[in-house]
Write a protein that binds this ligand. Structure first.
Ligand code: GDP
Ligand code: MG
Length: 723
């Protein structure tokens, strides 16, 4: 027997625990974050219960369904167009009043809702008592209490959903939200007009449509009323009503309707909620007094972030050495197993050297994400956003933009998608343009490599400074954008502060593991392929003649060595000569190869920055992804190495005087990597979210910025006498 299907949507405010509930219901892993806007796209999952198959959709978190922001529009269109059988309205029980605002809109849309009083544990701790049976009667909807992150109560949710579909819930009805004397009769009146309108038939609720039309919601109007005749008639009657409201109350209908909703909600609150003053919020408030202090807050924020990067580098160093060692063992093992020749070189110098050089940074990336996830889940990130609100206003943005920007430190792609939570288009585009300056974890690997090679004990601080430079660049660019392309005022917005929570190990670890597996997949896929291609381009074509007869000379020296008998000093001299000859030969070969020619091509452009052709090539391949900068260098420095010499790590190869990289060059290089286009995936995300023009603008300004800043660092450093 085929299972009957039920489609269930999860709707709720950001941070109400929707994603936790969704995961508990469906077992799917997903990002669990502590601020608005982690869920930017619809997620789907499945569960079976009692002969039914339930499909769950995790809608973006929203405070209302006004369709002001992209998220609201996504949620609303889904509810209207797909008409789910059941909508589970996930509510943060500790913030019932604010959460009910969305509920009123769901009720008005005539969705079949189940009220999920989530965070029931928090409400308990805060001493909030909610009379659930009364609330259920008032709203005409079944109520379930849950604790999302522990998965408790989810079986009740499944049962409630099936019950609702089978219509067993006795209290079920569509309770209308009433708006008070000033406007209620107008709503009823308009609803009747709409019921007569043929082209409005598609609309799920006539009363809802009436309210929207009175609010002057043009998007809804054009969505449902296609017939111009009917539209004209309705508009005439609406204008009359609006005029009437304004005359009677001095306010727009929109304001009266919003007030009406709040009135309705405070009525409910009075009926069902009793408080025992708990100390949970007081505790949070006390912590906030310090962490969001007007002066202390900033150094504390900087310190915490600094701590994360320090840990990333210092702790990450140990497993890094083990992996490096493992990779070199693997390389020699394969080298010994396969006969010398093309295939051997391809695998050892191309595939293993390239992918291995990136694999080394896996621990650093994992620690970084561990840190970010812990800061997010504890509730601190929301404080940081609050703290930054004032600074962000100085940039012509507000605190809400700070969250996608902080996410950018992890990965720019989800960060750019997270800008959908911003209500104004202007803020959204500006934030999208700034996000690439937030140094993502892929770039971190480059800094760890170079700072580790050239700055010794200062490496952690150098990396921290690079991140700060990214932020400073964002500040500068924001100022420029504000004075040129984006002159409008900042839209006002209320920042909300969820209570502090101890992050659960599970959620932090899941998040870290997700990131690690993405990184590993990249290494096994695109990075591996790129390494092999780069190696090949460095292998062919071979020069037909060399500046001298290396072959014979090398052979002669080797014969001399075998005959030995020479004194130790002589032997050393011969070895040195041999090594120089071999280096000379491979250097001629690589300069003749395709990659050498590409390198020569870009050399004039990067010479003023102090970069040699190898660094140049790695910057070009780095357009694909920043890890490829490293794998490219891993391959390029492997090719240059002679067979006899023991294979050394990339760090040593970079430090070798023959590589011509100084601390100053490496600093300029890190600055360039920080500032230029992060990767193809980011470019595509920008195109998707902001269009082609913004995409080109973004790529162009970053290239210019990266080049000029690297120039300033290198030439400035030289003038000051650094090397
Ligand atoms: P969403 O933004 O609505 O998707 O919310 P999330 O599912 O991402 O949850 C936000 C935070 O609340 C996470 O840190 C969860 O671990 C936590 N959380 C979720 N449900 C509960 C709950 O019932 N009780 C408590 N104390 N925390 C919860
Ligand atoms: Mg979510």
């Amino acid at each position: 027997m085929a299972k009957k299907k039920i489609r269930v949507a999860l709707a709720g405010n950001p941070n109400s625990g929707k994603t936790s509930i969704f995961n508990a219901l469906t077992g799917a892993h997903q990002k669990v974050g502590n601020y608005p806007g982690v869920t930017v796209e619809k997620r789907v999952g499945y569960a079976s219960y009692n002969g039914y198959e339930l499909e769950f959709v995790d809608l973006p978190g929203t405070y209302s369904l006004n369709a002001y922001s992209t998220d609201e529009k996504v949620a609303r269109d889904f509810l209207i167009d797909f008409k789910p059988d059941v909508v589970i309205n996930v509510i943060d029980s500790g913030n019932l009043e604010r959460n009910l605002y969305l509920t009123t809109q769901l009720l008005e849309l005539e969705c079949d809702i189940i009220i999920d009083l989530n965070m029931w544990d928090e409400a308990q701790r805060m001493g909030i008592h909610i009379n659930t049976s009364k609330l259920s009667r008032l709203l005409g909807a079944p109520i379930v209490t849950t604790i999302g992150h522990r998965g408790s109560g989810t079986a009740d949710l499944l049962r409630a959903a099936v019950d609702l579909v089978e219509n067993r819930h006795l209290d079920h009805r569509h309770a209308p939200v009433t708006y008070g004397s000033h406007i209620e009769d107008l709503v009823v009146d308009l609803t009747r007009n709409i019921e007569k309108c043929k082209s409005c038939e598609l609309c799920p609720s006539k009363r809802w449509l009436a309210v929207k039309l009175l609010e002057g919601d043009i998007k809804t109007e054009s969505k449902f009323i296609r017939d111009t005749n009917e539209l004209d008639k309705l508009q005439k009657s609406i204008r009359k009503k609006v005029r009437h409201v304004k005359r009677a109350t001095g306010e727009d209908p929109e304001v009266i309707l919003t007030d009406g909703r709040y009135g309705y909600i405070s009525g409910i609150m009075k009926e069902v909620v009793t408080h025992k003053t708990g100390d949970r919020m007081r505790q949070s408030r006390q912590i906030d007094a310090i962490l969001t202090h007007r002066f202390l807050g900033y150094p504390i924020f900087l310190f915490l972030i600094w701590l994360v990067f320090q840990a990333t580098f210092v702790i990450g160093n140990y497993p890094m050495e083990w992996i490096e060692y493992g990779v070199s063992i693997l390389g020699s093992a394969v080298d010994n197993m396969l006969p010398d020749g093309f295939i051997n070189d391809l695998i050892v110098d191309g595939a293993i050297a390239g992918s291995g050089s990136v694999l080394v940074f896996l621990p650093n990336i994992m620690i970084l994400f561990l840190g970010i996830a812990a800061l997010e889940d504890s509730g601190y990130m929301a404080r940081a956003a609050f703290l930054m609100d004032r600074l962000m206003h100085a940039l012509g943005l507000h605190g809400k933009s700070f969250i996608p920007m902080i996410m950018g430190f992890g990965c720019n792609v989800p960060a750019i998608m997270a800008t959908r939570t911003l209500e104004s288009e202007r803020d959204r585009i500006m934030t999208i343009l700034l996000i690439p300056l937030m140094s993502c974890s892929a770039r971190l690997a480059v800094y760890v490599l170079f700072a580790g090679a050239f700055f010794g004990a200062m490496a952690g601080n150098v990396i921290f400074a690079i991140y700060l430079l990214g932020i400073a660049a964002a500040v500068g660019i924001a100022q420029i954008l504000r004075k040129t392309l984006f002159r409008q005022e900042v839209a006002p917005f209320v920042m909300e502060l969820p209570p502090y929570r101890i992050p659960t190990i599970k959620s932090v670890v899941i998040h870290m593991w997700e990131r690690a597996s993405i990184y590993l997949k990249k290494i096994g896929g695109i990075i591996l392929i790129a390494s092999v291609i780069i190696w090949l381009l460095g292998y062919i074509p071979k020069p037909e003649e060399y500046s001298q007869d290396y072959g014979t000379r090398i052979e002669n020296l080797q014969l001399q060595l075998e005959r030995a008998a020479a004194s130790e000093q002589e032997e050393q001299q011969i070895r040195q000569e041999l090594s120089d000859l071999q280096a000379g030969k491979s250097s001629e070969e690589i300069q003749f190869s395709y990659i050498g020619r590409i390198g020569k091509g870009v050399e004039p452009a990067i010479e003023p920055l102090g970069f040699d052709w190898r660094l140049g090539v790695s910057l070009i391949t780095g357009f694909v992804a920043k890890e490829i900068v490293i794998s490219t260098l891993g391959v390029l420095y492997q090719i240059g190495e002679e067979e006899t010499e023991e294979s050394t790590g990339l760090t040593d190869a970079l430090r070798d005087p023959r590589s011509n990289i100084t601390p100053l060059t490496s600093l300029a290089f890190m600055v360039f990597v920080l500032l230029y286009t992060p990767c193809i995936a980011t470019i595509l995300a920008i195109k998707r979210e902001a269009g082609l023009k913004i995409m080109f603008l973004s790529v162009a300004y970053q290239l210019i910025l990266a080049w000029s800043m690297a120039f300033v660092v290198y030439q400035g450093g030289k003038l000051l006498g650094f090397s």
